[in-house]
Design a protein around this ligand. Structure first.
Ligand code: GRF
Length: 220
């Protein structure tokens, strides 16, 4: 198969701005791939319209219909299998996933987390960075493993925290970086340049730093 045929699945729960960034990268040629399906656990997610506007198939799988997390995860996995994705992107997907989902996809499953991991796994990252008086914040793309926000980082972008920042101003500054780094890390994965090994994440055969590669504009 050539890289032109690479297929992505994107899982969302909300706004879908990272989905849009990936779709734009596909449309503009920066990402030689197609989003085959968008899965969503929330039928009110604004991101569903982002997918529909791009003519992408969407499927809603409501976690509230499943008694156990594992059953929900099995339903997600079955929905993905029908689209045969080369890589699966979590893009604001607000459910904790179990090994039922993660294990079969390990090495092909990425997440984007709005903090400088390993700092601030979990929720409210910008609020926590502001409350701690941090001087900088950022975002990390990482491989997903069964540890929450704990899989090997791939790519990390930093932004300054400025005097007077609020969660809104800071998250907007971080989001601009998210939209640059997620399509890039995805491209590396689809090109086979990015790999998850027993020792951690590797790019072009080189072990990546523990916090991921520092992103700088122009990085290819
Ligand atoms: C982003 O901040 C992402 O880092 C986090 O959830 C948010 C999703 O935003 N995991 P969007 O739905 O992609 O706009």
């Amino acid at each position: 198969m050539t890289s032109r045929n690479k297929r992505l699945a994107v899982l969302i729960s909300g706004r879908g701005s990272n989905l849009l960034a990936v779709l734009r990268a596909c449309a503009g040629g920066a990402l030689d791939a197609k989003v085959a399906v968008v899965l969503c656990n929330n039928r009110d997610a604004p991101g569903l319209a982002v997918a529909a506007n791009a003519g992408i198939a969407t499927q809603i799988i409501d976690h509230r219909q499943y008694a156990r997390r594992e059953d929900f995860d099995a339903a997600l996995l079955a929905a993905l299998a029908a689209h045969d994705p080369d890589a699966v992107l979590l893009a604001g997907f607000m459910r904790i996933l179990t090994p039922v989902f993660v294990t079969p996809l390990t090495g092909r499953l990425l997440n984007i987390h709005p903090s400088l991991l390993p700092k601030y796994p979990g929720l409210n990252t910008h609020q926590r960075a502001l409350a701690a008086g941090d001087r900088e914040a950022g975002v990390t793309v990482h491989f997903v493993t069964t540890e929450l926000d704990g899989g090997p980082p791939v790519l990390q972008a930093r932004v300054p925290i400025l005097a007077g920042d609020t969660v809104d101003t800071l998250s907007a500054r971080v989001l601009a970086q998210e939209h640059a780094i997620y399509p890039l890390a995805t491209r590396w994965l689809l090109q086979g340049r990015l790999r998850l090994t027993a020792a951690g994440a590797e790019l072009d055969g080189q072990r990546l730093p523990a916090a991921g590669l520092p992103y700088v504009a122009g990085l290819e």
